[in-house]
Design a protein around this ligand. Structure first.
Ligand code: NAP
Length: 313
């Protein structure tokens, strides 16, 4: 089958032929219609999971998928052949989702796809949508009134802005561009282009006593610590880049969280309900065919992501 894979850790992705996987045990074989692109994809290809997960080469890239169940293993119970499904599978040993087929354990992060949108939209949801939803829960954002989102224009940030605004929070979106209009349509009350306006000054002007919450999707430890100083005593500061120092933050009266996604069918079901009710817009900004996936990965590495890129098969 056709796939985009790397020959070794750190190698560039190539369009190639790989062996189609067969479902065993409780696995289902999904015919992939579309695969969402995430920074996680190239981080895994660079060796992020080395030492914790088995890798097999050539390693097909990708973790997010949407498509149809093509076949089921003997112990798979949750799905039937032909079911439309979407989800996330992280398995550099068995292969990823930038491929015509992928196998997924039926007790993993796989669920019926949202019924109101096509697969090339659903595929943009799993990792970024689950992360945003997971952060809302882990940081108890519902209990707060204001949140500063750094890196707000990308995949996770666009979902998070919508979810936080829907819970009544005032969202300050920090981006690296002129994204005021776009972020406003997703519910941001204020968008700061931090390339043009120093972020810390702008946020201090707006919130002299500090914001309630920070979700920083972009910064390393030093920059994260500077952003966390914008949070008021009793607030919360979340990093998806493992840049938070919870002890130092605790001493400053702020709860620090290094968020790690615990992907699940429950999160996917909740997102599908929100999408089907019209409450959540999937921010797909680009669709590329499989042949162009290597270029799309290179673009994501160099930054500037706006919403989601989806690879179509
Ligand atoms: N821990 C977890 O469980 C978990 C789960 C999902 C994602 N993540 C991580 O979270 C991060 C965000 O993921 P994503 O899917 O949203 O990535 P993405 O779609 O590539 O978006 C990242 C966004 O951040 C912007 N950005 C980078 N530095 C910035 C800064 N200093 N100020 C404002 N904006 C900035 C980028 O735009 P510019 O390049 O124009 O600045 C881009 O819009 C990634 O590092 C990803 O690996 C972690």
């Amino acid at each position: 089958m056709r796939a985009v894979a790397v020959k070794e850790l750190g190698a560039g992705p190539e369009v190639t032929d790989v062996v189609r996987p067969e479902p065993v045990g409780n696995e289902v074989l999904v015919r992939v219609e579309a695969a969402g692109l995430n920074p996680l994809d190239w981080r895994i290809a660079d060796g992020m999971l080395k030492g914790t997960r088995a890798y097999t080469f050539p390693m097909t890239m990708g973790v997010d998928f949407a498509g149809y169940v093509e076949d089921t293993g003997p112990d798979a119970r949750r799905f039937r052949i032909g079911d439309p499904v979407y989800g996330q599978v992280v398995d550099p040993g068995r292969g990823g989702t930038y491929a015509e087929y992928v196998v997924v354990p039926d007790d993993g992060a796989i669920a019926p796809s949202p019924s109101s949108v096509p697969h090339d939209v659903s595929a943009g949801v799993p990792t970024a949508g689950m992360t945003a939803r997971g952060i809302v829960g882990a940081a108890a954002l519902r209990e707060y009134e204001s949140v500063l989102v750094v890196g707000a224009a990308g995949g996770v940030g666009t979902f998070l802005t919508q979810l936080a605004a829907a819970h009544g929070l005032r969202v300050v979106a920090a981006t690296h561009g002129n994204d005021q209009r776009r972020m406003g349509t997703f519910g941001a009350a204020l968008t700061v282009n931090s390339r043009e306006h120093p972020l810390t000054e702008r946020v201090r002007d707006e919130y002299p006593g500090g914001v309630d919450a920070l979700v920083d999707l972009a910064s390393g430890p030093e920059e994260f610590a500077a952003h966390a100083r914008l949070v008021r005593n009793g607030g919360v500061a979340v990093s998806t880049r493992f840049a938070a120092d919870p002890e130092a933050l605790y001493a400053a009266g702020v709860e620090g969280i290094n968020f790690s996604l615990d992907a699940s069918a429950e999160l996917l079901d909740a997102l599908a309900r929100e999408i089907d009710s019209g409450a959540l817009i999937v921010p797909v900004e680009a669709r590329v065919p499989l042949d162009e996936a290597p270029d799309a990965v290179a673009r994501n590495r160099s930054g500037g992501a706006r919403g989601k890129t989806v690879i179509t098969l």
